[in-house]
Design a protein around this ligand. Structure first.
Ligand code: TYM
Length: 332
């Protein structure tokens, strides 16, 4: 049986990349699979978070799921810290994962920056908690953007080592689900950097709550080159900014990059950007409006999170119990 798990960090500024690379795919999977979607608040605190903002960002992630079309009756939506089994399994995985494996994680290197000595221990152990998120539900498939691939490889390594060490088949080897035309959306200011929640420039990203004016302003300022839109997808190579905007258009319109080129080849970006703006406003406008509506009265969002946590716990508890028995703990 297939089970889907994925998560988004509640660190504010949810953007186009999060939506096209992940959240939109969450919606598409829920008709065919049992899906569990999490606001990973314990991951968020691996770097400092203001408590007040964290609370509102957790609700923001839940509201983004709901506004994008995740159905809380079909799928489970919850906050990670409300299901203690994540932390319990993460500790066991800390004792399975090897230092050498974690030393290779590029995200730690990027996030810790030059001052590694000052990074939190949690940031270092981040991938082990992520493996626990997924495997505490024995999830088999994980929809994510391209940047999470390495973490999912580590999840497979942990699962395999646990199974081998204890001579069991406790955990499945998870498969990443990376699909769509925008699995790695780049910054609007710099085509060599991915769009991210933490970029200091607001102009680098379109957020889910940006209104039509903000979307128009940001796309107008988006960096491009001086060449017109090419005819062939291969000709986008070496043109990261152009390729990014064409990819965003393709993903929003739900067509291939080749189709976008067939429609727009020969146009200048000054003509393409208004078309892209119109499309982005059409697709994003209703999501932003619905998120704002949900966040104005968090009672409903909180009730979804509570119900989700109860359902998640019911799945996770027998698994953590099985794992504790396997490891040799006395389970009462
Ligand atoms: P996070 O919060 O950074 O991002 C959430 C999701 O959005 C995707 N994403 C992107 N996709 C395309 N282009 C981009 N520029 C872009 N930026 C982000 C991410 O790939 C992700 O799918 N470690 C995870 C959270 C996590 C998790 C998990 C995910 C914790 N536990 C278990 C899956 C399963 C993260 O930091 O995502």
């Amino acid at each position: 049986m297939s089970r889907i798990f994925s998560g988004v960090q509640p660190t504010g500024n949810l953007h186009l990349g999060n939506y096209l690379g992940a959240i939109r795919n969450f919606v598409r999977l829920q008709d065919d699979y049992e899906c569990i979607y999490c606001a990973v608040d314990m991951h968020a605190i691996t770097v400092w978070q203001d408590p007040q903002e964290l609370r509102s960002n957790i609700r923001e992630v839940a509201a983004a799921y709901l506004a994008s079309g995740v159905d809380p009756k079909k799928s489970i939506i919850f906050a990670q810290s409300n299901v203690a089994a994540h932390a319990e399994l993460a500790w066991i995985f800390n004792c399975v994962a090897r230092l050498g494996w974690l030393n290779r994680m590029t995200q730690f290197k990027e996030k810790a920056g030059k001052n590694k000595e000052n990074a939190s221990l949690g940031l270092y152990a981040y991938p082990s908690l992520m493996a626990a998120d997924i495997l505490v539900y024995k999830a088999t498939h994980v929809p994510v953007g391209e940047d999470q691939k390495q973490h999912l490889e580590l999840t497979r390594d942990i699962a395999q080592k646990f199974n081998t060490d204890f001579g069991t088949e406790t955990f499945p080897l998870v498969e990443p689900l990376i699909f769509g035309e925008a699995t790695r959306v780049m910054s609007l200011r710099d085509g060599s950097k991915k769009m991210s929640k933490s970029d200091p420039s607001d102009y680098s990203r379109i957020t889910l709550t940006d209104g039509p004016d903000e979307i128009a302003k940001k796309l107008k300022k988006a960096r491009t080159d001086a060449e017109p839109i090419p005819e062939k997808v291969e000709d986008l190579e070496g043109r990261p900014e152009a390729s990014n905007l064409v990819g965003i258009y393709a993903a929003l319109a739900d067509i291939s990059k080749a189709d976008v080129l067939a429609e727009h080849a020969g146009s200048q970006f000054s003509a393409f950007k208004p078309a892209l703006t119109e499309l982005a406003v059409e697709k994003f406008g209703p999501i932003g409006t619905e998120m704002k509506r949900l966040l104005a009265d968090p009672g409903y969002v909180d009730s979804v999170l509570k119900d989700g946590a109860d359902r998640a716990r019911a799945i996770a508890e027998p698994v953590i119990r099985e794992v504790k028995e396997t490891v040799g703990f006395l389970v009462s």
